[in-house]
Design a protein around this ligand. Structure first.
Ligand code: HEC
Ligand code: HEC
Ligand code: HEC
Ligand code: HEC
Ligand code: HEC
Ligand code: HEC
Ligand code: HEC
Ligand code: HEC
Ligand code: HEC
Ligand code: HEC
Ligand code: HEC
Length: 389
């Protein structure tokens, strides 16, 4: 065998045969590589052999509008040379080991880092938004050009365009659905109502005048009531705030990824929904004080209350009259009193029915005598002298 090969190289009369064999070998290799590259670029290859890994992603892909496309349109370099493809296949080759061993990490593409990194050229291969009329859903305004100008990529918003997940039930254990960035919360990763936001948060930027701006949650009977139960919005906020705390912890645990357009961009889940429609001032202007009350407030609320009674009346007054008179302290301190009359003019009625002893839970007996020594006249005089205190 060795000697026959040797003669093939050394014997000049056998040169033509040598050339033929080399030719066959080169063509064979070329065909093999082509079959390899093309074969590993088919949707079949991306899904079936690697079925175990990409099963759920393909289920989602099949539910989308781009289902007729080849996976490589978006997942291999645009207009790449054959060499780029080969290098890319080699780069992902080590993934075979965890695929076969079943030790791969799920969920895939956690945090949607692929969408954060994907360049526009994948989409603009086909889409030219200068020529296409965009028909957004009813009530939504979108300005594509404004975003392109600021280097906001297509998949910063259309992250699930090729793999929509709403109607898909995932089957692989450990797999999870991704965030969808076509939601209002996701717009508010950049847009915002506070002065330091990168883009405008005013409703009219994205909604026409006819759009109903109040969400269904606010129809709840106890959402907000003047002088009644307003626990609905308070409970919704408390729940939302604790959900956000968990989301921030989740995002902190993700591997660092390059956020194009906005380096500090948070994830959709990290956005507190209340603050997409409401500035923080909207809440504090109504509350007037820090909510929930700080712990020390139990003992030092008297001063804060007397200096800004309106702020407390929003929540503590039992009637409009009580709010207007600034007598909201009575709601807690003299709950027996009628809420539509000043306490001073009815405390005597209460003393007549209950006696004075319950009063001394809080008042020192000398408190009464400041007004009562000398009878009602002294009391009137005291009031005049202390008017404005
Ligand atoms: C029209 C473009 C497009 C096509 C075609 C496409 N994908 Fe994707 N794919 C994307 C985008 C964009 C993402 C990033 C999604 C994200 O980060 O939220 C993605 C993400 C993925 C992921 C990561 C997991 C996930 O669901 O986010 C896998 C795996 C995947 N694609 C596989 C495939 C397979 C297999 C095919 C063919 C059957 C395919 N893709 C076809 C655009 C495409
Ligand atoms: C190979 C061509 C091709 C590529 C690449 C492609 N699309 Fe499409 N896309 C289409 C066609 C065709 C339609 C259907 C016709 C239409 O709506 O314009 C479509 C529809 C859409 C729609 C409307 C329907 C829907 O599902 O919401 C959006 C949005 C969209 N594409 C965004 C993208 C984005 C973002 C990318 C890049 C990740 C992308 N496309 C890549 C061809 C492509
Ligand atoms: C800032 C977010 C954002 C960016 C960036 C963005 N889009 Fe859109 N796009 C939207 C929204 C929102 C809609 C309306 C979707 C709806 O109402 O269902 C839309 C609609 C579309 C539609 C029309 C869908 C239809 O049914 O008429 C196409 C096509 C589209 N976008 C493609 C693209 C492409 C291509 C890019 C990148 C060049 C891009 N978009 C960048 C948010 C964005
Ligand atoms: C990655 C950041 C980012 C995301 C996400 C984003 N935007 Fe924007 N948006 C911008 C920037 C930046 C501008 C330009 C602001 C400027 O020109 O001052 C803008 C401007 C706009 C404008 C024009 C507003 C005006 O009055 O000039 C509209 C409309 C808009 N965005 C809608 C949306 C919608 C709808 C979404 C969610 C689907 C969205 N944006 C998500 C960054 C973003
Ligand atoms: C940057 C763009 C943008 C701005 C600014 C914006 N929205 Fe939206 N809004 C959206 C998008 C996109 C949707 C549809 C997707 C969804 O339902 O999350 C939406 C949906 C809604 C809905 C219907 C969904 C629901 O939760 O009931 C309401 C109500 C709404 N917006 C109110 C407002 C109000 C109030 C403001 C102003 C304080 C505002 N929006 C500002 C983009 C925006
Ligand atoms: C129109 C006035 C008003 C506005 C605006 C308002 N609140 Fe309130 N808030 C109240 C009242 C009244 C209560 C007392 C609720 C009760 O117990 O009945 C309250 C209570 C709360 C509490 C409960 C405090 C506790 O410890 O029990 C929280 C939290 C809260 N609000 C959050 C918010 C947030 C966040 C916003 C803005 C998105 C907001 N509120 C806007 C009037 C308002
Ligand atoms: C999709 C937009 C949107 C979201 C999200 C939203 N709100 Fe509102 N909210 C509104 C609008 C619009 C109004 C009416 C504002 C006005 O009249 O000025 C309102 C009014 C209110 C009021 C005053 C009620 C009244 O009758 O005047 C309170 C309190 C409130 N919201 C609390 C919250 C809290 C707490 C959250 C979060 C759990 C929240 N909102 C989330 C849009 C929203
Ligand atoms: C936004 C509504 C709101 C405003 C404004 C408000 N409070 Fe309260 N306050 C509450 C709620 C709700 C509770 C009950 C808290 C609880 O049970 O956890 C409360 C409890 C209290 C308590 C009882 C504390 C305890 O531990 O029993 C005092 C005292 C008090 N408030 C005083 C004030 C004073 C004084 C002001 C004005 C400076 C004020 N509050 C403004 C909602 C409010
Ligand atoms: C929400 C109910 C509530 C309201 C409204 C309220 N208080 Fe009180 N206040 C209490 C309670 C409960 C205590 C008893 C606290 C303790 O000692 O644990 C208290 C105690 C006090 C004390 C004694 C503090 C101490 O050192 O023990 C003073 C003084 C006082 N309140 C003044 C006021 C004044 C003035 C107002 C109106 C501006 C007011 N409070 C409104 C519930 C209220
Ligand atoms: C829970 C504690 C508490 C109890 C019980 C209580 N008070 Fe008071 N009372 C207060 C506080 C606090 C103030 C406000 C102190 C201030 O203005 O400096 C006040 C104020 C008053 C005032 C002055 C009102 C004004 O407009 O200046 C009168 C009068 C009064 N109380 C009478 C009574 C009588 C009578 C009783 C028994 C029926 C009673 N109080 C029971 C806590 C209490
Ligand atoms: C701020 C001054 C003031 C304080 C403090 C005060 N009172 Fe009075 N009191 C009055 C005035 C003024 C009247 C007359 C009210 C009226 O006629 O409406 C009155 C009337 C009364 C009457 C009816 C007396 C009669 O002759 O008809 C009784 C009983 C009474 N107070 C008990 C108390 C007790 C008990 C306390 C202490 C817990 C107290 N008062 C603290 C101002 C005060």
């Amino acid at each position: 065998m060795v000697s026959r090969l040797k003669s093939l190289f050394e014997d000049p009369t056998k040169r033509p045969r040598l050339i033929v064999w080399i030719g066959v070998a080169v063509i064979g290799l070329a065909v093999l590589s082509a079959v390899g590259v093309i074969g590993t670029s088919t949707n079949w290859f991306c899904t079936e052999p690697c079925h175990v890994v990409h099963y759920d992603n393909t289920l989602a892909f099949n539910a989308g509008t781009h289902v007729k496309l080849s996976c490589v349109t978006c997942h291999e370099p645009v207009n790449g040379s054959p060499l780029t493809f080969i290098l890319m296949k080699l780069e992902v080759a080590p993934d075979l080991i965890p695929t076969i061993a079943g030790t791969f990490h799920l969920p895939m593409n956690e945090g949607s880092y692929l969408a954060l990194e994907m360049e526009d050229e994948y989409c603009t291969q086909c889409h030219n938004l200068d020529n296409r009329v965009v028909n957004p859903s009813k009530g939504i305004i979108i300005d594509h050009e404004a975003h392109t100008k600021k280097d906001v990529t297509c998949t910063s918003c259309h992250n699930r365009v090729a793999h929509p997940e709403e109607s898909v039930t995932y089957v692989l254990e450990g797999d999870e659905k991704h965030e969808n960035w076509l939601t209002m919360d996701a717009c508010f990763r950049c847009h915002g109502l506070e002065a330091d936001a990168a883009a405008p948060g005013a409703c009219e930027a994205c909604h026409p005048a006819s759009f109903d701006l109040v969400p269904a949650s606010h129809d709840a009977e106890n959402w907000y009531n003047d002088f009644g139960d307003s626990g609905g919005h308070a409970a919704a906020y408390t729940e939302e705030a604790s959900r956000v705390v968990q989301a921030v912890a989740w995002a902190d645990g993700l591997e660092e990824v390059e956020h194009r357009a906005a380096p500090e961009m948070p994830y959709e889940q990290e956005i507190n929904t209340c603050y997409t429609c409401h500035s923080k001032a909207f809440c504090t202007d109504c509350h007037g004080v820090e909510m929930p009350h700080p712990a020390e407030f139990v003992t030092d609320h008297g001063e804060a209350g007397l200096s800004n009674p309106d702020a407390c009346a929003t929540c503590h007054a039992r009637s409009e009259a009580e709010a207007a008179s600034g007598e909201f302290c009575n709601a807690c301190h003299h709950p027996q009193g009628a809420p539509d009359r000043p306490w001073l003019t009815q405390h005597d009625d209460i003393v007549r029915t209950t006696g004075a002893s319950p009063c001394f839970d809080c008042h020192n007996p000398t408190y009464c005598s400041a007004c009562h020594v000398g009878g009602p006249e002294a009391a009137e005089r005291y009031l005049k002298e202390n008017a404005g205190d």
